[in-house]
Design a binder for this molecule. Structure first.
Ligand code: GDP
Ligand code: MG
Length: 162
């Protein structure tokens, strides 16, 4: 499972809240050149491995382009992509780049709309609607990583898929 999204949307917070400190394996060192394990989620039904996918950002140079190619490969090989977006921000260029990239990927995508605690209900619904039109998703899960809202549902959906 790859967890993707532009910086600051709450990927790390979401993972930490789902995993819980006891079973978390966090590492900043690359396990392979392609991707790195950033967490392991254990549940009675099985185990979900969180992979960070470098190169998911818009390339600014040649090395960046190679990383994008590598990222695309990784995303095609994992069983599930968690695409995290921020409900307190308007979708911007970062989202457009990622959405465009996901168009060529066959892996199922769960669209996780995070930070629902930071917006009012009306604004939240508006953002969910905007983001939901950017990418072909299999499940759309509004959450607050900070307040742990809806994270049990997200876990259930992940384990139902893997
Ligand atoms: P990452 O770069 O995607 O890994 O994002 P981080 O997990 O580092 O979070 C970026 C910032 O957003 C931090 O200041 C978090 O405390 C904050 N944040 C993450 N999740 C939530 C959330 O559900 N609600 C709010 N209000 N803030 C959040
Ligand atoms: Mg992070």
């Amino acid at each position: 499972m790859s967890i993707i999204g532009r910086p600051n949307v709450g990927k790390s917070t979401l993972m930490n809240q789902m995993i819980g400190k006891k079973v978390a394996i966090m590492s900043d060192k690359p396990q392979t050149t392609r991707n790195r394990i950033v967490g392991v989620l254990n549940a009675p039904g099985g185990q979900a491995i969180f992979l960070d996918t470098p190169g998911i950002h818009k390339p600014k140079h040649k090395l960046g382009e190679i990383m994008v190619t590598t990222a695309r490969k990784t995303l095609n090989e994992v069983d599930l992509i968690l695409y995290v977006v921020d409900a307190s921000e308007e979708p911007g260029g970062g989202e457009q780049f990622i959405s465009q990239m996901l168009k060529d990927i066959k892996t199922p995508v769960f669209l996780v709309v995070n930070k629902l605690d930071a917006v009012n209900r009306e604004e939240g619904l508006k953002k969910i609607s905007q983001y939901s039109q950017m990418v072909a998703w299999q499940e759309l899960i509004p959450v607050s990583a900070k307040e742990k809202t809806n994270l049990d549902r997200l876990k259930d959906l992940i384990f139902a898929k893997l």
